[in-house]
Design a protein around this ligand. Sequence first.
Ligand code: PA5
Length: 449
Amino acid sequence: MKKSIKIDYSKVLGFVPQSTIDGYATPAMECMKQLENGTGKGNDFLGWLHLPSSVSAELLQSIKQTAKVLQENCEVVVVAGIGGSYLGARAVIEALSDSFVALKERQAGVPSIVYAGHNISEDYLFELQSFLKSKKFGVINISKSGTTTETAMAFRLLKKQCEEQRGKEMAKKVIVAITDASKGAARTTADKEGYTSYIIPDNVGGRYSVLTPVGLLPIAIAGFDIDNIIQGAKEMECICASQSFAENPALTYAAVRNALYAEKKNIEILVNYHPKLAYFMEWWKQLYGESEGKENKGIFPSSVNFSTDLHSMGQWIQEGERTIFETVLSIEETNRELRVPSDEENLDGLNFLAGKRVDEVNKMAELGTQIAHVDGGVPNIRISVPQLNEFYLGQLIYFFEKACGISGYLLGVNPFDQPGVEAYKKNMFALLNKPGYEKESAAIQERLK
Ligand code: PA5
């Protein structure tokens, strides 16, 4: 059996005693039962819970087939989506890609992946269209509702450009839609144009959808092994079903972070020591922020990339307001090996490192930081990940999803809705005079007088 991710909360115990954490074991178990039995809040959005063990071989085969069509016909693929409709794919693709992939010559048969539909920046969209001008490109239009303005507007621009540049027939081949089975403009367009399309199951919310075609198709196009992601997630589904508090990392993580929150540790900082994980942090922030931040409750999820940010945020973390705790993603084995060379003159005084792996230095930075931050009053949870590959990313994704469901229930909120996201949209539509928003338009104009 392969290794698996492990959680270590020993460096929390100086802040919250083991007996307090043990007090969360039974409620956490109850919350897990509610998830499993579908008796908790938001129980019509639990489709993600058994996705890894239930995804069909036919669906995975079809995704790989579609990925091949795009790989054979595109130099660049634009993944258009926002929030849960793009962060999971980007998190995995960036974690697995060479750090300089964008600057290197493209590997034959693997298109470059770029992103759109996640902002409304005119400069970004203009520059994207300029970049695509001489390229054979395709588009994956990802939107569960099929009506999200950011994504819909980007797709309108890209569809037109693709058809003009590549012709209507080729555009049909290289545009794929991932959306609802029947509702929304993305579905209407896909059906009318005859695009290849995939369905986002009704019972899987955006931020829990990375293990559906939403994440799997872009990841496969980028050249990564989606079977291994599912395999890792499936193994974690099994581990996180355990009734034993100590052996179930999802139960443990959910309990420990709620115990810390009760001690007024209101901010959780997810920490990595490998810059490739920067977008994984973004995915995690959305998962926890959108799931728990409601009813005036919820830990504020934030992130830092160490050691880079030790030179910017390190001071605050060491000595600022003591309302934070850290969760460190610690990668046990790097994928590459590099040693520090020795230097006869030793002008930089670094010969004490000569012959050491760069990762050993990184690991000592990690340990030194943990000791310093714990001494400075910052509880530390450590999640160790055996290696950065598809299998363990699959494990990590499922672990965080399951823990988030349990943690949200422990907090007493519905971790599967996001009512607060509508507020800005309503105002934006009113300000843009969208039909149907006449009353809101009048009211907002009055307020702006
Ligand atoms: O998690 C969520 O539900 C959201 O982040 C959505 O994914 C995001 O708002 C995009 O919505 P849609 O997929 O409908 O375009």
